[in-house]
Each structure stands twice: as structure tokens, then as C-alpha cells.
Design a binder for this molecule. Structure first.
Ligand SMILES: Nc1ncnc2c1ncn2[C@@H]1O[C@H](COP(=O)(O)OP(=O)(O)OP(=O)(O)O)[C@@H](O)[C@H]1O
Ligand SMILES: [Mg+2]
Length: 260
């Protein structure tokens, strides 16, 4: 009898967990749908304006670069969605596994920052890659990594920096050597992260109070995914904050450093 009772209890707990997971997935899907709506709407609106003969050519050029920028955001959201679904399915990133390959981190940082230049430009924000720091840390060496995963992790952090930074500020991307590995740092000046928020910031679904007010749409999965990607590489992700300054550092183990 006791055994039946305890089995019943177990089933009840599992049912409750399943219900919660379903509710979370639903909310996530709603969030993603919400996030996709804004760039798709902006693209549609720009195309309407492109078709309008009264709109001057000079304005049309701006519209085209806006379409490009919005499409970049869409690709970014969809890639996060794909990673997230993969994690939900088997709790590992293994399925995305390609062969790790030697990557020139300075080139990667420059390419990724270029993706976000249009959004940054709208806010008078400058994304600066500190070439000297990369040359000093890497010389002719490269990092052996799964490029697409790391690119998505870095993009998530640059995207946050652009989204949560103050107008007319600089975002600085640099390389550094830490005791436990090679670091890629992204530093921005914007909404402060409280000590309490910093504790939970890499949790799945966590969003800060001020962040929600500044940007309503968001899933809170960006940093969670970045931390999973770093774990997958045997590394870590760290946050240092000082009032309005936030610095995120991706630390890769020294063993991933290879000759270029
Ligand atoms: N550069 C930053 N400056 C200030 N706050 C930040 C910064 N980066 C992240 N945060 C805080 O960390 C929280 C979690 O970030 P995360 O990228 O995981 O989710 P999100 O940006 O809110 O949502 P999504 O990435 O889905 O758009 C943010 O909501 C915000 O409170
Ligand atoms: Mg984010």
C-alpha cells in the first residue's frame, strides 16, 4: 500500500513538472513570436516605402540598409531559437557539433561587430574592436573552437551591449589573458546590473528589471545560451560590473590556443 501511495505521489510530482515545462515552452514560443514581429514589420514597412515613387533615392539607400540590419536581427533570433530547441530536446549542444577549427578571433570579432553596426549607429553607439589587444594576446595564434556556436555566444553579448547601452557611448571588444585562460571581453556603458541581478544573470529565462522596461521583448535566453556554449568548450563566462559599466568576458582554456 505504501508503495502505491509513493508511486501516486511521484506521478503527481511528474505531472506538475510537465505542466510547468509546457507553460514555460508556451511562454518561450510567445516571446520568440513577439521578437520576430518587430523586425518583420520594419522590413515590410521599408519595402512599402521602397515601392513609393515619391521617396527620393537617397532615402531609399537608408531603407535598404535598414532592411539588411533587420534581416540580421531575424537571423540572430532564429539561430538562438534553433540552439534553444536543441538544448530543450537533448540538453546538450552535441548535435550541433562540427569539427572544432582554428579561428582568427580578431577577424571573428570584427565580422560580428559589423553585423551590429547598423543598430548601434541608430543609437549613436560605436562598436570598437581593440586590434592591439588581440595582436598582443594572440600574435599569429588562433583558437580551436566550434565557430558557429562561439559566434552566436559573442553575438548574444554584443547584441545585449547595443540594446542596453546608453546613447552616444562606445562598446569595446578586446582580448586579454586571464589566469584560467584566454579572454574575449565586451564592455559597455548602460543600464546598471544590480548585485542581486548579477547572481542570476546566466539563468535560463532571466531578464533584469530595467532591461524589461527598456526593451519589452526578450526571452532571457541570450546569456544562458552563451554560458552553455562556453561550458561546452571547457571555458566560462564572467561578468564584472561597476555601476553603469558592464563587462562580460568569455574565457577559453589555454589548451585551445593553436598555431595559425
Ligand atoms: N550589456 C548589458 N548591460 C546591462 N544589462 C545587461 C547587459 N547584458 C545583459 N544584461 C542583463 O542581463 C539580462 C539577461 O540577458 P539575456 O541576453 O540572457 O536576455 P535578454 O537580453 O533580456 O533577452 P533576449 O536575449 O532574448 O533578447 C538582461 O535582461 C539584462 O537585465
Ligand atoms: Mg539578450
Amino acid at each position: 500500500m505504501n508503495e502505491i501511495e509513493s508511486l501516486k505521489m511521484e506521478i503527481a510530482i511528474l505531472k506538475k513538472e510537465l505542466k510547468e515545462t509546457k507553460a514555460q515552452s508556451n511562454q518561450y514560443l510567445q516571446n520568440v513570436a513577439h521578437q520576430l514581429t518587430a523586425p518583420l514589420g520594419a522590413i515590410k514597412w521599408s519595402i512599402e516605402a521602397l515601392k513609393d515613387d515619391r521617396v527620393p533615392i537617397s532615402r531609399k539607400k537608408t531603407l535598404l540598409s535598414s532592411i539588411y540590419s533587420q534581416a540580421t536581427i531575424l537571423v540572430h533570433i532564429v539561430k538562438n531559437f534553433a540552439l534553444m530547441s536543441n538544448l530543450e530536446a537533448d540538453h546538450e549542444l552535441g548535435q550541433f557539433r562540427e569539427q572544432p577549427e582554428p579561428i582568427d578571433m580578431m577577424m571573428l570579432a570584427i565580422n560580428l561587430s559589423n553585423d551590429f553596426q547598423p543598430q548601434a549607429h541608430d543609437m549613436d553607439i560605436k562598436i570598437k574592436v581593440d586590434d592591439n589587444s588581440f595582436l598582443k594576446v594572440f600574435g599569429s595564434q588562433q583558437l580551436e573552437i566550434e565557430k558557429n556556436l562561439v559566434a552566436q555566444a559573442i553575438s548574444n553579448i554584443i547584441e545585449n551591449a547595443v540594446k542596453y547601452a546608453e546613447r552616444d557611448t562606445d562598446i569595446r571588444i578586446s582580448a586579454c589573458t586571464k589566469e584560467d585562460g584566454i579572454g574575449i571581453q565586451i564592455e559597455s556603458l548602460g543600464i546598471p546590473i544590480s548585485a542581486e541581478e548579477a547572481k542570476n544573470i546566466f539563468d535560463r529565462g532571466f531578464r533584469g528589471h530595467s532591461a524589461k522596461q527598456k526593451v519589452a521583448a526578450g526571452t532571457g535566453f541570450g546569456l544562458y545560451l552563451a554560458s552553455r556554449v562556453m561550458k561546452f568548450h571547457g571555458g566560462t563566462i564572467k561578468l564584472e560590473t561597476n555601476n553603469h559599466i558592464s563587462k562580460f568576458t568569455l574565457v577559453f582554456p589555454h589548451s585551445r590556443l593553436v598555431r595559425g
